[in-house]
Design a protein around this ligand. Structure first.
Ligand code: SF4
Length: 343
């Protein structure tokens, strides 16, 4: 068994886990992930972070601490930019520093710096220097990178077919252990022909769900929002399930270019849901104290108030959010959406 790399099951794990896993394994490493988010994981994160930190950052700290003693390295990349002329949230940029400062007795951190905002030079350097930790062969690093990119492309296709990250990973055979039986059931369904119908469901109503991936896809953080909506008879479409061309085109309606990659995607998805007539309701689930989302949420609320044809609701989550309150709000939202649904 090669070096063991731990990947925290939080933040951009939901976008990039297949790519990271294939990269490290192609270099001879073994990948482990932290378990699912639980109250204990969150509490561990809360203990070492400042009160003002957003919920996903606290959860991430908890996942890093959960990997202590289970791996040789923990992968905490410094994600500055993942595309030209756009940036991630500043908290992603300082993540390795936050983790070093706040978490004691954890494995060595791999803090590859990904910055694609201007050129690919830094990215190539990051891939190479990370690969060099496992092998001296440039060709092997290049092959691992190509395999990783292919895995990401396949994963993205599954997500765009209507699967959640857990479901897509299950179909690809790379899902970490999961405590949520419903995920397994849907994942099994999604391997059947016509998968996208199976996983999107054929609900009475279609709900466009806007929210950061590490909020809406994390069963604990989101209080199982996707599963609950499906159980209430709704089909769910998220921003990640929309082709990038749609979210980019819709986000461009806003007079000023949103320079946060995820924020722009959420804004584009929200505009699409509110304007296209493809969903019956639009739900925004946001993390308390999230700067980018307070802006995106405000823009979407104004757009919804102006148009008035698609019911829009916001649910804010933080470490004190109670499950009962979320369920009540979801039930009320689905009730309104179902009644307003045009025949
Ligand atoms: S975008 Fe918001 S929720 Fe995400 S890490 Fe930044 S502040 Fe936290």
């Amino acid at each position: 068994m090669g070096e063991v790399v731990g990947i925290p099951r939080a933040l951009l794990y939901y976008h990039y886990y297949p790519m990271w896993k294939v990269f490290f394994e192609s270099l001879g490493g073994t990948v482990v992930t932290s378990g699912e988010t639980t109250r204990a994981v969150l509490d561990a994160g809360i203990k070492v972070t400042v009160d003002e930190a957003c919920l996903p950052i606290k959860v991430f700290h908890g996942h890093v601490l959960a990997l202590a003693g289970k791996c040789d390295y923990v992968f905490v990349p410094r994600l500055v930019s993942v595309e030209r002329r756009a940036f991630t949230c500043p908290k992603f940029m300082g993540l390795p520093d936050m983790i070093r400062c706040n978490c004691r007795d954890i494995p060595r951190i791999i803090d590859s710096c990904i910055n694609l905002s201007r050129t690919t030079r830094e990215y190539i350097h990051a891939v190479y220097s990370t690969g060099r930790m496992f092998t001296g062969s440039v060709l092997r690093i290049l092959a691992a990178h190509n395999r990783a990119k292919a895995a990401l492309a396949r994963y993205t296709r599954y997500i765009e077919s209507g699967m959640t990250p857990d479901e897509a990973m299950a179909v690809m055979g790379i899902a970490p252990p999961c405590d949520e039986p419903a995920h397994r059931a849907v994942a099994a369904a999604s391997s059947l022909p016509g998968a996208s119908e199976a996983v999107r469901g054929s609900g009475r109503v279609v709900v466009g769900l806007v929210g950061h991936p590490y909020v809406i896809y994390d069963p604990f953080v989101s209080m199982n929002v996707i599963r609950r909506l499906r159980e209430m008879g709704a089909s769910v479409v998220t921003a990640d399930m929309l082709p990038a061309a749609i979210t980019e085109r819709e986000a461009a309606r806003f007079p000023k270019r949103v320079f946060w990659t995820l924020g722009r995607r959420l804004l584009g998805a929200g505009f699409h849901f509110l304007r296209s007539g493809t969903v019956h309701g639009c739900l925004h689930m946001r993390a308390f104290t999230c700067g980018p989302e307070s802006l995106i949420g405000e823009i979407l609320e104004r757009e919804s108030a102006r148009r008035r044809d698609v019911p829009f609701a916001t649910i804010t989550v933080d470490e004190h959010t109670g499950e009962a309150g979320v369920i009540t709000r979801l039930e009320a939202f689905i009730d309104v959406v179902t009644r307003r649904r045009k025949p």
